[in-house]
Design a protein. Structure first.
Length: 202
């Protein structure tokens, strides 16, 4: 069970916001694949889900400001190191995504871009799992990579849904990544809630 400390609550709040934001971005990619099918209901569900999760993350950050600081000088140095390596992982992810887009464009394989990006995003969760000591991120990273590989290797690019043509790869990948990230954010949210409830009962 996670410690219900100022740093843990604030970190979980930031994590929930990240999952909400990027999950909603991936849902937007899924919407693009639908080619107008389900408009505007699918878009509204994705936006509302993202907003609710952002509000939850912000509430954790706000609550953490009222909590006492429980970090020693050594702990503060440790948090600083975590922040540094988080920035390095995020920078490496961004550079790899830029390089992947450039290479896919160069070899005229732009259809591969979303899947390759999903794999990079999935891989970036693995060092974060070790860095933040959150095993859930291992699951998130592996699921994102598996989803991307299955989409690229198995799923047909387009399918007909009645009289409507859908870009199946884009929709499956977009909504799949969104659900994985949203589920990760929701799990972080519930862990903080359950931790707080347990400490209150004790």
């Amino acid at each position: 069970m996670m410690m219900h400390t100022k740093e843990a609550v604030r970190g979980s709040g930031i994590g929930v916001i990240f999952m909400a934001f990027f999950g909603t971005m991936w849902a937007g990619i899924g919407v693009m694949g639908l080619q107008g099918w389900g408009f505007p209901y699918v878009e509204l569900v994705a936006i509302i889900t993202g907003i609710i999760m952002v509000i939850g993350g912000i509430s954790f950050i706000h609550a953490s400001r009222k909590m006492p600081v429980q970090v020693s000088e050594k702990g503060a140095r440790h948090l600083k190191r975590i922040g540094f390596w988080f920035n390095m992982v995020f920078l490496a992810e961004a550079l790899l995504i830029v390089a992947a887009i450039a290479i896919c464009n160069m070899i005229d394989q732009t259809d591969l871009i979303p899947g390759v990006i999903a794999i990079i995003v999935g891989i970036h969760f693995l060092p974060l799992a070790s860095l933040f000591k959150i095993k859930l991120y291992y699951v998130t990273g592996v699921l994102l990579c598996l989803l991307a590989l299955i989409t690229l290797l198995v799923v047909p690019r387009t399918i007909m849904f009645g009289d409507h043509r859908i870009i199946a790869q884009l929709s499956l990948l977009g909504f799949g990544c969104a659900l994985i990230l949203w589920a990760t954010g929701l799990t972080l949210w519930l862990r903080v809630k359950n931790s707080k409830r347990a400490e209150t009962n004790n």
